[in-house]
Ligand binder design. Sequence first.
Ligand code: AMP
Ligand code: ZN
Ligand code: FE
Ligand code: FE
Length: 283
Amino acid sequence: MRIDLHTHSRVSDGTDTPTGLVLKALDAGLDVIALTDHDTFDGVLEAAAAGKRVGVRVVPGVEMSTEVDGTSVHLLGYGCDVHNAPLAKELAALREARSRRLPEMCDKLAELGMDITGDDIAATARSARTLGRPHVADALVAKGYVANRQEAFDKYLAVGKQAYVARYNTDLVRAIDLVHGAGGAAVIAHPWRDSSRHVLTAPLLQKLVTEHELDGIEVDHEDHDDHTRRLLFEMGGRLGLVRTGSSDHHGTGKEGHALGCNLTRKPAFMELVSRIRQRGGIV
Ligand code: AMP
Ligand code: ZN
Ligand code: FE
Ligand code: FE
């Protein structure tokens, strides 16, 4: 069974439509995918309908923008009721904060001699519900200032670069509680990528498990080297966490994240499903 539990569509910063993504999953020989767009459930109904047509199981998901001590941490929520009011309200606040920072990014780019307007960003973002730096990057590409998204991040948009603007994130513990309140299971995405490894220590993860019922951690992810994967697998086992794997596919928006390049083992998936069922979520 081939299971990929973290993917993005055009509804956030991926480049495939939700339906297109499911068809690609079928081509890639996947049996299960989770659609986990940033801070929105907007694509999950379409993806689920496409999955039903072609025989790919689609788990509804979201990747929430959270933080621990000011450091960005991504939290995957699986099987949530997409109409749950407290969670929907928080996701709306996150999207609003994302949009609010765009004029400031345009101002900074203008100071650097680049003319990017809100309309330029809206044009490249098309139907996206969640706007982000990748859409600003696409606008820079469209205007010929850079060759691709990566160059835009490396030169201007990455943390610490001149056009970077910080934004609001949900506190991690609060996000875990919101996911659980919506019947879902909470899994920390790429915990030990370079930027968040120092805050997601073993004692903190232990505390998140015992005090907040954190369900899992992503182990097999492109941001983790082999050694890191081994350490996380071992630690996750000790803490009783579900250990997942995923591509974090963004279509053509991010290189080296081909659909199905990392997979979740079937027992881990079954455990996740059972936790979602126990909480009354949707699978
Ligand atoms: P934002 O949500 O606006 O903070 O942008 C974050 C998104 O930009 C991530 O989900 C990635 O898809 C992408 N991203 C972040 N950092 C980089 C980077 N250094 N190079 C390329 N893409 C990146
Ligand atoms: Zn993304
Ligand atoms: Fe992420
Ligand atoms: Fe992601």
